[in-house]
Design a protein around this ligand. Structure first.
Ligand code: ADP
Ligand code: MG
Length: 870
């Protein structure tokens, strides 16, 4: 049996869009067939049915009302699918045979534009990548806002950029190999990989795409002269996007050439370990730096803040420019409140431009843009009272908003419809022709409007109703109950049109005539309103370059505002940044811990690192003392200084760093087949290969993942390298539980021993969380274990074993790990008598008879006899 013509059309469209789940519009429904139906029914929880399509057997089928697509598309996209939306592209009433259908849009993770798919304060990045000799060429786009940037860099820099942008999708030429470090992230974050034909990356093809899109005639105008690889990748990405969106995407107005050297390098592990934008433990957003700093009012500000946090600056003057602006706001709470007020009702202008540029804007969007523009001029008013150079520039840009918002708003009604073809958009008085057309039927409309009152009176039925429905227009409804009360019969001209459960619906010839005059006129009115709307939309589209600058300025003001709010809220200080090396922090604290636990009595600490003095701080102290906290807070303070924010400290002098390296905590990637120790060593190798004297290196518990002697030896060698090798002499904080290293550090000129103070109070250990000079004399591991509730007998046994081990002491003084006894000590499980004596002495020393009841004393005595009396 042959397939039906409808299914033929379906298969045709399906074939042209491989790799997509096809949402096939049929009347008021979207239908899915075959495998698509099976997949979607599972993800969307739809009932799978089947239909005889004329071929042998039945076709699996599922469907839903078309308006549900708003909810279902995001779900499918989130599950990693690419959705092709196929609409009826001609009026079914006018169609001869099968209604014409076509794909109107393809939606995937990186090309989604609908708000329901997106987080307002997160960019929706899409990458394209091609290998370029030994390097990488990549482009980044955000189709929701029209952001486009290209870059050629080392593969490692590409990897860093990829991880800080967290894209949803990456586009590559078919068959191209994605670097394995990128593949790791792709897998971990479920990034969608899209392969497109290699020719789309062709030089000529790409150039044509860019020339025609940006309306330029040479690459020079785009800054792409001599940048072949960047041209290819940018052109391919634009071509892909336009193809997916079936639109010109006029909101892409320019292209940025990224220079990654302008920013501090943050590799994926540092991004992760410092929890800048993403928490280590999924879902706990409050543990990120962004959550503490983000007091932005607008969605655009929220995105810019994330961008700044993940792209700290290197240039002292640029940092100071931001800092100066933040400082001015910190001093001026009145301006802060005024800014907040004027920013509050600014909508996401960037994404509104995206809607305009991709042809999906309605009157609400344009009016929203109008309101936002008029608010943007209010922001400019506030900035007028401020002096910082950055504000001056931003104000000049915002001045461009003046008048435009009012111009738009003057055209639109207050309440606006979602549709653009059914009138109701344009304000009376805005267009003379429209006003005249409305005036022409004014009388008729009033006649209809007053009909109900007139007929109520005439028939003596005070609750008679005039209603309207799509099928037969206006009608008069009289219920049976009303009928009974009527003062006279139903007038002769009443024509019964419909009988309902409760009564009758009538029309009159006069009514119908009036109605037909109105509806004929309204066709023209709607048509005219639509034309006015389109011209307003084109007007806004024509402003796109200015509007994007205005939006960008709003976002920056908002971000600076946010920094100032955080600085006031948490009592931050303005850091002094300088070109050169050295970190001097007084009273530093951890921004996130303090923000999340407002009642915690956090102990502030100092840091002092300089190239000529102490370059490397070795920090010892028991578990839970606060070593990791100290390392992280130092990293965060330096980073905050370089994004232009104030810092959580009493005072800070920060020589700008080119890179922060971290090896903090055990971030296991077992899911990717890497053991903790392997990850640790990969990260450490990266540090030792790439650190410079301008870097800040934070190493936490290096070597923990392997046996004591292995680990100690590795840690030892790392300390030596970071200290001795001129190219690697980074400023370093090195937290360790290997006390053996303290001896080594004493012999190194530019390294110093520090400890986190603890106080031993009898059995208890009190953590003072204070960093002091000097080495910690014990790791107190058994103390901590005891405090954690390890059973008494285990603790006692551990003490015994420790004593034995300490006998076979490691001697670090001659610069090598040396054991006095055998290579692999087999622990004698029965300690010799002299050790027992030592242990007994210890236990007696720790007894507190004055705090014991006689019963406890007796019990303790029996335990001692049990353990030592034999
Ligand atoms: P370590 O790395 O030495 O084992 P952590 O840095 O993980 O210790 O800190 C252990 C606990 O001590 C954390 O829960 C933290 O909240 C608290 N802490 C750390 N530093 C301080 C401080 N300076 N003031 C108050 N509490 C602190
Ligand atoms: Mg720790």
């Amino acid at each position: 049996m042959a397939v039906t013509p409808l299914m033929q059309q379906y298969y045709e469209i399906k074939k042209q869009n491989p790799g997509c789940i096809l949402f096939f519009r049929m009347g008021d429904f979207f239908e899915l067939f075959e495998d698509d139906a099976v997949i979607a029914s599972k993800i969307l929880g739809l009932t799978l049915t089947s239909r005889n399509n004329g071929a042998s057997g039945a076709t699996p089928l599922c469907g839903f009302p078309h308006h549900a697509a708003d909810r279902y598309v995001p779900k499918m996209v989130a599950a990693g699918y690419r959705i092709a939306i196929c609409e009826q592209v001609e009026d079914p009433k006018l169609a001869k045979g099968i209604v014409k259908r076509d794909i109107v849009e393809i939606i995937s993770a990186g090309t989604a534009m609908d708000e329901s798919n997106l987080n307002a304060k997160e960019a929706n990045y899409l990458f394209a990548y091609v290998p370029a000799e030994k390097e990488a060429a990549f482009a980044v786009a955000d189709v929701t806002t029209g952001y486009l940037a290209v870059c050629r860099s080392s593969v490692q820099a590409f990897e860093c950029e990829f991880s800080r942008r967290m894209p949803k999708e990456i586009v590559v030429p078919e068959g191209a190999e994605i670097p394995s470090s990128i593949m790791d992230m792709v897998k971990a974050d479920n990034v969608l990989v899209t392969q497109i034909p290699e020719f789309m990356f062709g030089e000529e093809q790409s150039r044509d795409v860019l020339f025609s899109h940006f309306k330029v005639e040479s690459l020079v105008g785009l800054g792409l002269d001599g940048r072949d690889a960047e041209t290819k990748v940018a052109g391919a990405l634009m071509a892909y996007l336009m193809d997916q969106k079936k639109s010109e995407l006029s909101h892409f107005t320019g292209l940025e050439i990224l220079n990654l050297d302008d920013y501090m390098t943050l590799d994926p592990s540092t991004l992760r370990n410092l929890e800048l934008t993403r928490p280590l433990n999924a879902d706990d957003y409050s543990s990120t730096l962004c959550s503490v700093l983000d007091h932005t009012v607008t969605a655009m500000g929220g995105r810019t803040l994330k961008d700044w946090v993940s792209h700290p600056l290197i240039s002292v003057s640029r940092i100071q420019e931001r800092e100066e602006a933040v400082a001015e706001l910190v001093q001026n709470p009145v301006a802060l409140d005024e800014l907040k007020e004027s920013l509050t009702s600014i909508l996401d202008m960037e994404r509104l431009m995206g809607r305009v540029g991709s042809g999906r804007a309605n009157a609400r969007d344009l009016a929203g843009m109008g309101r936002s523009l008029s608010q943007a001029s209010k922001v400019a008013d506030v900035l007028e009272g401020l002096r910082s150079s950055i504000f001056e520039g931003l104000r000049n840009t915002l001045e461009n908003a003046r008048g435009r918002g009012e111009e738009l708003l003057a055209q639109f009604n207050e309440d606006l419809p979602l549709t653009v073809r059914e009138g109701g958009m344009i304000r009376p008085g805005a267009n003379a022709e429209l006003d005249a057309m409305n005036a022409d039927i004014k009388e008729k409309r009033e006649w209809i409007a007053s009909l109900e009152g007139r007929e109520r009176e005439r028939l003596g039925i005070p609750s008679l109703k005039v209603g309207y429905n799509r099928v037969f227009g206006y009608y008069i409804e009289i219920t049976k109950a009303q009928m009974a009360k009527a003062t006279g019969p139903i007038p002769e001209e009443y024509i019964r049109k419909q009988t309902t459960v409760n009564g009758e619906r009538y029309i009159t010839p006069e009514m119908k005539e009036c109605e037909s005059i109105i509806s004929n006129a309204e066709v023209n009115i709607h048509e005219l309103e639509y034309r006015i709307f389109c011209s307003l939309r084109d007007r806004v589209d024509g402003w796109r370059a200015e509007l994007q600058e205005i939006a960008d300025a709003v976002a920056k003001v908002d971000t600076l505002y946010s920094f100032a709010r955080a600085a006031r809220k948490y009592n931050y200080a303005c850091p002094e940044v300088f070109e050169g090396s050295g970190i001097e922090i007084r009273g530093g604290f951890h921004p996130v811990i303090v923000a999340v636990n407002p009642d915690l009595d956090f102990i502030p600490n100092d840091v002092s690192l300089s190239p000529d003095g102490t370059r490397l701080m070795l920090i010892t102290g028991p578990n839970m003392a606060g070593k990791s906290t100290y390392l992280r807070q130092t990293g965060l303070i330096v980073l905050m200084a370089q994004i232009g924010s104030f810092v959580p400290a009493e005072s800070a002098r920060i020589g700008v760093v080119d890179r922060i390296f971290t090896r903090v905590g055990a971030s296991d990637r077992l899911s990717r087949g890497l053991s903790t120790f392997m990850v640790e060593m990969i990260e450490t190798a990266n540090i030792l290969r790439n650190a410079t004297p301008h870097s800040l290196v934070l190493l936490d518990e290096i070597g923990r993942g392997t046996s004591t002697f292995d680990g100690l030896s590795i840690a030892w060698a790392i300390v030596e390298t970071l200290h001795d090798e001129p190219a690697r002499q980074a400023l370093t904080l090195f937290a360790t539980h290997y006390h053996e290293l303290t001896g080594l550090v004493e012999s190194l000129e530019h390294a110093g021993n520090f400890q986190v103070a603890v106080q031993e109070k009898g059995d208890k250990l009190v953590f003072l969380h204070k960093i002091l000079a000097g080495a910690c004399d014990s790791s107190y591991g058994i103390h901590v274990a005891e405090m954690a509730g390890l059973p008494n007998n285990v603790v006692r046994r551990a003490r015994k074993i420790l004593l034995r081990l300490e006998k076979e002491k490691i001697d670090p003084s001659d610069g090598a790990v040396k054991k006095k006894q055998k290579e692999h000590p087999q622990l004698d499980m029965f300690a010799p008598p002299d050790e027992n004596t030592q242990l007994l002495k210890d236990e007696i020393r720790r007894l507190k008879p004055e705090e014991m009841t006689p019963m406890q004393a007796l019990q303790r005595l029996m335990e001692l006899k049990e353990n030592y009396g034999k």
